[in-house]
Design a protein around this ligand. Sequence first.
Ligand SMILES: NC(=O)c1ccc[n+]([C@@H]2O[C@H](COP(=O)([O-])OP(=O)(O)OC[C@H]3O[C@@H](n4cnc5c(N)ncnc54)[C@H](OP(=O)(O)O)[C@@H]3O)[C@@H](O)[C@H]2O)c1
Length: 211
Amino acid sequence: MTTIAVIGTGNMGKGISQSFAKAGYQVFLGSRNLETSQQVASQIGQSLITGVSNAEAVERATIVFLAIPYQENNQTIRGLRGALRGKIVVDISNPLNPTYDGLTTKPDYSAAESVSELLPESRVVGAFKNTLAGVFYEPYFDGGQKSTVLVVGDDEQAKAEVIKLISALPFQALDAGGLQKARTIEQMTVLILGLSMKHNYNFHAGIRVIS
Ligand SMILES: NC(=O)c1ccc[n+]([C@@H]2O[C@H](COP(=O)([O-])OP(=O)(O)OC[C@H]3O[C@@H](n4cnc5c(N)ncnc54)[C@H](OP(=O)(O)O)[C@@H]3O)[C@@H](O)[C@H]2O)c1
């Protein structure tokens, strides 16, 4: 049985937790501060979400979503490295600059690759990078269209599991290739944010791959 950990109680942590709980999954919502995760879990108000410490969330889950800010040499990730050994870890981060119009990483690098280097013994997958937080609450666009979640990773089995999991939510999950593809996907978030601001989409915007 898949159990999910979400590390971080911010906008994305809340959205991901409530989406998986709505789909019937047991979610352990982790925080650096136990009181925070308990409060946030009770605010969300779904019985399948339990607020715990980051360490307990990782321990009780089979798949871990890191809903925390990108930082080089991230202390939160480093602190969980041992507990994350062998687990599927989903990085959702975008290394945005303070004005959201560029990335802080070099062009031939990505946040996903950085997380993978920090966690060499985990099975790192990238997902949800282009999904703005508000979309978790209103996932359907014009005429009931779901937006696309591009999923990347070098561990094909781990990536397939994450695609299957996200397909249980109101999203179209697509295999977008190896972890290096995160370089492009993270740049796409800059574009989507720019479009949202230029055209007043109020951060309710995403991408949909059609064929
Ligand atoms: N917001 C979006 O629309 C969006 C879209 C796609 C991807 N993302 C990515 O998703 C990640 C989370 O974004 P968010 O909007 O949820 O951010 P947020 O609202 O600022 O929340 C981030 C959470 O991460 C935890 N955290 C752990 N280590 C931290 C640290 N060193 N400094 C600050 N917080 C830390 C905190 O939870 P605790 O205090 O409970 O530990 C905090 O509430 C980011 O990497 C972002 O690039 C965001």
